[in-house]
Design a protein around this ligand. Structure first.
Ligand code: SAH
Ligand code: AVI
Length: 333
């Protein structure tokens, strides 16, 4: 197997192996300060994903309650061949927020049935997730060249236009739902600008469903989602010298039907002050005060089509599962 363990030189990327596990993280300081001084308080979901958070996300996907990953995997297992065929010939794959890229293997397999060689550029803010992706691809696809890119895709998208061949950008898992609606549109416009005519986007959308199913998916009985949520504070403790007591905050997740989103918060169990050494200040929390850590928007066919259209993409074909819980959409520039 020759998955190439080196970073592609696209957007000043850093090879995963070069990332030192540092306690201090100056890049996160501004965002943490802005978020914790805002009212209501909030922290950006990308802060979930250090090594521990990426591992916890993968554990979430194995809980019986978290249906999105296994539902999307089922759709890919059945239709990957048709998706790749629809996207076109001689494809280069780019995956945004690839994580461990476990479902992507189904598309890679389908692609390598149609073309002799392929290039795969998984992009993620989490170097440990990309290392995991490399490790699991390693040995399976001798005709695939893998070039991981550690980057925050909201700051700078890789220079996709410099890549050869027709591009197929993957954005799986309904990660698009973690953006606010106007951010999602701006983000997809940005993706479109970095593509050429004929290139395609394959994007997963979690669909609106029974409130109990949605609620359970973000409140699993084993408490993995709660740990994932609290990892945000654990990470501030590790990397910014914070003193957050993880037992003094509780995981709160609920379906907000009016806004069509699951909201995740961390709620202060009692009145307390937490310090962040690198910010040189404390943050006071009243009992019951919350930090809003994530929204996970859910879609229907018309809202996802509208989002794609506003971003300059044309929905060409879509695939769903028998229950109609998740939708994989192929959109063209
Ligand atoms: N696509 C995978 C993983 C989804 S989890 C799946 O479908 O299972 C979301 C992934 O997006 C994580 O791996 C996280 O590290 C990554 N991510 C979140 N915000 C990001 C950002 N701003 N830039 C790059 N990657 C990001
Ligand atoms: C990555 N993203 C689509 C997940 C979601 O469902 O919104 C993150 C997650 N949050 C809690 N559980 C999983």
């Amino acid at each position: 197997m020759t998955a190439i363990n080196k970073a592609a030189l696209l957007a000043s990327p850093i090879a995963p192996s070069q990332i030192a596990q540092e306690r201090r993280n100056p890049g996160a300081l501004d965002e943490v300060l802005r978020g914790l001084t805002a009212r209501p308080r909030r922290l950006p979901p990308k802060l979930f994903y250090d090594a521990a958070g990426s591992r916890l996300f993968d554990e979430i996907t194995d809980t019986p309650e978290y249906y999105p990953t296994r539902t999307e995997r089922g759709i890919l297992a059945e239709f990957a061949g048709g998706m790749v065929r629809q996207a076109g010939k001689n494809l280069t794959l780019i995956e945004l927020g690839a994580g461990s890229a476990s479902k992507t293997q189904l598309l890679i397999q389908a692609l390598l049935r149609r073309q002799l060689r392929a290039e795969f550029y998984p992009v993620d803010v989490s170097s440990s997730a990309l290392n995991g992706a490399l490790a699991s691809l390693n040995g399976h696809f001798p005709r695939l060249r893998v070039s991981p890119i550690v980057a925050d895709y909201t700051h700078k998208l890789p220079e996709l236009s410099s890549l050869g061949g027709r591009k197929l950008v993957l954005f799986l898992g309904s990660t698009i739902g973690n953006f606010e609606p106007e951010e999602a549109e701006a983000f997809l416009k940005n993706v479109r600008r970095s593509l050429s005519s004929g290139d395609a986007l394959l994007i997963g959308f979690d669909l609106i469903k029974d409130a109990d199913v949605l609620h359970a998916a973000y409140n699993d009985a084993a408490g993995v989602t709660a740990q994932f949520n609290k990892n945000m504070l654990a990470r501030i403790n590790r990397e910014l010298g914070g003193t957050f007591d993880l037992d003094a905050f509780q995981h709160v997740a609920f379906w907000n039907k009016r806004k069509s989103r699951i909201e995740m918060h961390l709620e202060s169990v009692y009145e307390q002050t937490a310090w962040i050494e690198d910010l040189g200040r404390g943050f006071h929390f009243e009992q019951g005060e919350r930090i809003h850590t994530e929204n996970s928007y859910k879609f229907n066919m018309s809202s996802l089509e509208r989002l794609l259209r506003r971003a300059g993409f044309k929905l060409e074909k879509s695939w769903t599962d028998p229950k109609g819980w998740f939708c994989e959409a192929l959109a063209r520039v």
